[in-house]
Design a protein around this ligand. Structure first.
Ligand code: ADE
Length: 230
């Protein structure tokens, strides 16, 4: 799977995408991430990528021409399954959307900055807008990093133990159960007896019950969907 990310601050994306599981995914050849500096497509000595907004008001707007040039350049080389704009106005990223996107081949991600991009870019190119939550970031780069990480780890073969993504929170529309490691007793607190029993069937049942209880208590919104079956 390949991500192309267009940004005015590609440096922000380098560290999060070059460590741990993302690095392993790249090393295994399962994930490719290419960062494109929008300033490389901006003309003139100042490489200007933003301008004042028509109608007045505080904040700059990302100019359409450099973005269009960059997108056209990339589209001439391959076709994209989606052209995603990271924005607080977008569809909220959740595990179901991550699962769907993990089946795509080529995704192009445009990171917003300042007041955002000129609306005509959204009209002409963007096929999907994604928000990572109802709060405003200084730019779309951190959202793009979240997107690549949450989608990239779902590509088959990326996680060592392939089943582990299956037991993540949300993967079955429930929160994950509590987990424990050694020592069996720490600060007077014991690991639940059942986990030491060696009885896989009972352990599975216990974990499922814990997931149900956790979801019901902590995320009534998800619980409603789970019991409602949608
Ligand atoms: N850019 C600014 N805020 C954002 C958010 N919440 N999600 C995605 N992109 C953003």
């Amino acid at each position: 799977m390949r991500f192309d990310i267009i940004s005015v601050l590609p440096e922000l994306l380098e560290s999060p995408l070059n460590h741990s599981i993302m690095k392993r995914a790249k090393d295994k050849g399962l994930l490719e991430v290419y960062l494109h500096n929008l300033r490389d497509y901006a003309p003139g000595k100042h490489r200007q990528v933003d301008d004042y907004q028509f109608g007045g008001g505080a904040g700059m707007v990302m100019k359409p021409e450099p973005i269009s040039d960059c997108i056209e350049h990339l589209m001439a080389e391959r076709s994209y399954d989606e052209i995603i704009y990271t924005s607080p106005d977008g569809q909220r990223l959740d595990q179901a959307l991550c699962n769907r996107l993990s089946m795509k081949q080529n995704l192009l991600v445009l990171c917003g900055h300042y007041k955002g991009v000129d609306e005509r870019i959204r009209q002409k190119y963007v096929t999907m807008e994604i928000s990572i939550g109802d709060y405003v970031l200084s730019g779309g780069e951190l959202a793009a990093a979240v997107l690549v990480d949450s989608v990239g780890r779902l590509i088959p073969g990326v996680l060592n133990d392939e089943t582990s993504a299956l037991f993540d929170s949300f993967q079955d529309n429930l929160l994950a159960p509590p987990v424990y490691t050694r020592p069996a007793v720490w600060e007077g607190m014991s690991v639940p007896e059942i986990l030491l029993s060696g009885n896989d069937k009972l352990i599975d049942e216990w974990r499922h019950e814990q997931s149900l209880a956790r979801t019901r208590e902590r995320r009534p919104d998800i619980w409603e969907k789970y019991v409602g079956g949608d």
